[in-house]
Design a protein around this ligand. Structure first.
Ligand code: MG
Length: 210
C-alpha cells in the first residue's frame, strides 16, 4: 500500500497487525481487479485502522468502500472488559463512541472520497442490502450472535468470484476467542461455496465460487 496510508494505519488505534493489514490490502486489490465495478464492505471499523488499508485498495481499483460500524463498541470493548479504551467514552452519554476518532482518521488520511461510512447495526444493514460485493471483510463483534449474524447476513452478499475476509480466526483457543473461527470461517468452508485463498496471522481470506 502507499507508504503514507500504511504509516497512518499503523498509528491508528486498533488491533490489526501491519502484516495482516498488508494482506488485507492485497486481497482487496485482487477482488477489485477480479470484479471491476463492484464495491467493498467492511464490518467493524472501530477507529478506522483496517479501513485505511481497504481504502487504499478501493482507490487503486476505482471503487467504493462501505465501512460499517454502530460505533458503540462491541461487547468485549465495554467498560470492565479486556478491550475497553476509556478514552473513547463520550462524557455526555457515558457510552463508548468511536465515531469521532474514526472520522478524524479518514480525514487525516484523505480517504473520505472513497469511504462511505455506515453507522448502524450489521444485522439491520445486511437485511436490506441488495448489491453484490467484490470484497467483504468481517471484523465485527466476537460474541456468538453477532458473528453468526455477520456470516448469515453478509456471506450471501459476496458476488460469485468475490472474496470474504475474516479477522481473528484462531485455530488454537490459547491464541484467542474461537467465535470467528466457529461461527464464520468453518460454516463458510462447510457451505461448499468458499475455498481458502490466503492466510496471514489470524486473517483468513476465502474466495466464493464463480
Ligand atoms: Mg479484529
Amino acid at each position: 500500500p502507499p507508504r503514507r496510508i500504511r504509516e497512518l494505519a499503523i498509528a491508528t488505534k486498533g488491533f490489526m497487525p501491519p502484516e495482516e493489514g498488508d494482506a488485507l490490502w492485497s486481497a482487496a486489490l485482487e477482488a477489485g481487479h477480479a470484479l471491476p465495478g463492484l464495491a467493498f464492505l467492511e464490518v467493524g471499523a472501530y477507529c478506522g485502522r483496517s479501513t485505511l488499508w481497504l481504502a487504499a485498495a478501493a482507490r487503486e481499483c476505482g471503487t467504493t468502500l462501505w465501512s460499517l460500524d454502530h460505533h458503540a463498541g462491541s461487547e468485549e470493548q465495554q467498560a470492565g472488559w479486556e478491550w475497553h479504551d476509556a478514552s473513547l467514552v463520550d462524557p455526555a452519554t457515558g457510552r463508548m463512541d468511536s465515531l469521532p476518532t474514526y472520522l478524524a482518521t479518514l480525514e487525516r488520511a484523505g480517504v473520505r472520497d472513497v469511504v462511505v461510512p455506515i453507522v448502524g447495526r450489521s444485522r439491520d444493514v445486511s437485511a436490506r442490502w441488495i448489491a453484490p460485493l467484490a470484497f467483504v471483510f468481517i471484523d465485527g463483534g466476537h460474541g456468538v450472535e453477532p458473528a453468526r449474524d455477520d456470516w448469515r447476513g453478509w456471506g450471501p452478499r459476496v458476488a460469485p468470484g468475490g472474496y470474504l475476509a475474516i479477522h481473528d480466526v484462531f485455530v488454537d483457543p490459547r491464541d484467542g476467542g474461537r467465535t470467528p473461527h466457529d461461527e464464520i470461517y468453518v460454516p463458510a468452508l462447510a457451505s461448499g461455496e468458499y475455498r481458502e485463498s490466503s492466510a496471514v496471522g489470524s486473517l483468513r481470506v476465502l474466495q466464493r465460487a464463480s
